[in-house]
Design a protein around this ligand. Structure first.
Ligand SMILES: CC(C)(COP(=O)(O)OP(=O)(O)OC[C@H]1O[C@@H](n2cnc3c(N)ncnc32)[C@H](O)[C@@H]1OP(=O)(O)O)[C@@H](O)C(=O)NCCC(=O)NCCS
Length: 196
């Protein structure tokens, strides 16, 4: 088991390092090798630093610590899809990533419960999330933890979350589906809903 706490701006670098390690382990074969090779801890550190500075409303980031070391994190807040924002009670779980050396110890479940508790504290009553097609470990995890497969395809919203990756790092932005040119579809096969 790990200790769970709210993240602070000083955690940005450790969160970025976990994210890169987790992506490279979980998304090998699911995303192009050059995307995974191009992930940059400094670039993502900058992205997380910006996120903490912006301090978006009704949003939380939690980290899991083994001793002093951050081994996982989760985040959530208002839905990323503009369409979903019409429901003020609906949140998104944006991220849930563990360092692969710490998978299968129940820490993912701890982070999951903590981020949902934070979202409930922000007044949300239910949540959605997107899972990369083929990420079977995560799909199993979410099904075990009370999520329902709604079968929704994010393409139906007219936008997909695309990622631009350069040697400077990766950043996620919403863009029209056609802007991705079909080269890679990072997301997302299913939407899940969680009601407590
Ligand atoms: C998906 C992910 C967050 C799940 O985290 P996890 O800690 O591995 O998952 P769990 O908490 O469910 O633990 C997995 C198993 O270990 C078991 N376990 C092992 N030791 C345990 C312990 N000490 N206490 C509790 N459970 C333990 C759990 O019971 C569970 O068993 P089960 O599969 O038979 O139910 C993690 O695998 C991960 O980071 N994956 C890569 C990133 C990713 O895909 N994220 C999702 C993006 S949408």
């Amino acid at each position: 088991m790990a200790t769970i706490r709210d993240a602070t701006p000083a955690d940005a670098g450790a969160i970025a390092a976990v994210q890169v390690a987790s992506w490279r382990a979980a998304y090998r074969g699911l995303l192009p090798d050059e995307v995974l090779a191009g992930l940059s801890v400094p670039g993502l550190t900058q992205m997380w630093t910006g996120r903490f500075a912006a301090s978006p409303p009704r949003s939380s980031v939690v980290v899991a610590c083994a001793g002093e070391a951050i081994v996982g994190f989760a985040s959530g807040g208002p839905p990323e899809s503009p369409d979903d924002r019409a429901d003020p009670n609906l949140a998104d779980v944006y991220t849930l990533y563990l360092d692969p050396a710490h998978w299968d110890r129940g820490i993912g479940a701890q982070l999951h419960d903590a981020v949902l508790a934070r979202l409930a504290g922000h007044g949300f009553t239910h949540a959605g999330l997107w899972v990369l097609a083929g990420n079977e470990r995560a799909l199993r995890f979410y099904l075990r933890n009370g999520w329902t497969d709604t079968g929704r395809d994010p393409g139906s919203t007219g936008a997909r979350r695309g990622w631009s990756c350069t040697s400077g790092g990766c950043s996620g932005t919403w863009m029209p589906a056609e802007a991705l040119g079909g080269r890679w579809n990072l997301h997302e096969r299913h939407s899940r809903e969680h009601r407590s």
